[in-house]
Write a protein that binds this ligand. Structure first.
Ligand SMILES: C[S@@+](CC[C@H](N)C(=O)[O-])C[C@H]1O[C@@H](n2cnc3c(N)ncnc32)[C@H](O)[C@@H]1O
Length: 268
């Protein structure tokens, strides 16, 4: 089994921002076999049930397999699944969710290849040097055109960032997603960057330049604050875009998201 047991911290609703990004992603919508892996789900299976619930609204035949390297956590999640089946939880008793033991080798019965692997708050507890091999191990298990979504968030899920990586283990995009109400500075995301970037938030690195420019535009857009934080965020991102930052997915800006091609923030 590839990897090591780490702290199992998780929580209800913690991964909502990344879930809703995946839910509308064409990779999920077009998948021939909509199998999604929740890799390293932690001390409870709650994020796997939430993932299924959110994705099933977009793709009714989605199936979620939670994989954990800690056998005790697999036993715990399977007991939780029994309670879900019995109807004694808020989750649908028929939720197409299962749990198994596994690591970065992403074992799936019958050799099925997942359309999406979501690995949130898993690599955070590894060394930066472990990232390329972990990405490769997971990404090469994907179905053609599939995505590995690997990132980090805070305990309450108000600050989240993630990389989307293709089956060739090459990252495609970087996303930051923030709760805008009460946001002081977008660079608060620096503490929750994916492991591949967290040590790169220093002058001379692209991700540092991006977060600095985002802070500057957020500050400059303070004059539109009376129209609300969403308006302020959109104003800031429009200015960044005009300045040459290739901010993608304009229709999602209102959610407090900014997605860029990975190259725009990649380590120098
Ligand atoms: C901090 S928890 C994250 C839980 C959940 N994904 C979340 O974001 O709330 C990290 C979990 O990943 C598991 N883990 C670490 N390395 C793993 C690996 N290589 N394969 C599977 N699970 C792993 C740990 O055992 C731990 O339970």
């Amino acid at each position: 089994m590839v990897g090591q047991i780490t702290r199992g911290t998780t929580g209800t609703n913690r991964l909502r921002r990344v879930d809703r990004w995946i839910a509308r992603h064409p990779v999920l919508r077009r998948a021939a076999d909509p199998l999604v892996i929740d890799l390293g789900y932690g001390a409870s299976g709650v994020t796997a049930f939430e993932l299924w619930t959110r994705l099933a609204a977009a793709r009714a035949d989605v199936e979620v397999l939670g994989l954990e390297i800690d056998p005790a956590r697999v036993r715990g999640a399977r007991a939780q699944l029994q309670r879900v089946r019995a109807g004694s939880t808020p989750f649908a008793p028929h939720a197409h969710v299962s749990f198994a033991r596994g690591g970065f080798e992403v074992p799936v019965a019958g050799g099925r290849r997942p359309a999406i692997i979501r690995a949130m708050n898993v690599l955070r507890q590894y060394d930066q040097a472990d990232v390329p091999a972990a990405w490769r191990s997971m990404a090469t298990r994907l179905a053609p055109g599939g995505l590995l979504v690997e990132g980090t968030c805070d305990e309450l899920g108000r600050i989240a960032t993630w990389a989307a990586i293709g089956p060739d283990a090459v990252p495609r995009t970087f996303t930051v997603s923030l709760r805008l109400a009460g946001l002081e500075r977008p660079s608060v995301a620096a503490e929750r960057l994916p492991k591949a970037l967290i040590h790169r938030n220093v002058p001379g690195e692209r991700v540092h330049a991006f977060l600095t420019a985002l802070d500057d535009e957020w500050e400059r857009a303070a004059n539109v604050s009376p129209f609300g934080p969403v308006h302020r965020w959109r104003t800031a991102l429009s200015a960044l875009h005009s300045a040459g930052w290739p901010v993608l997915e304009r229709s999602r800006w209102q959610l407090g998201e900014a997605t860029l091609p990975w190259n725009a923030v990649a380590p120098a």
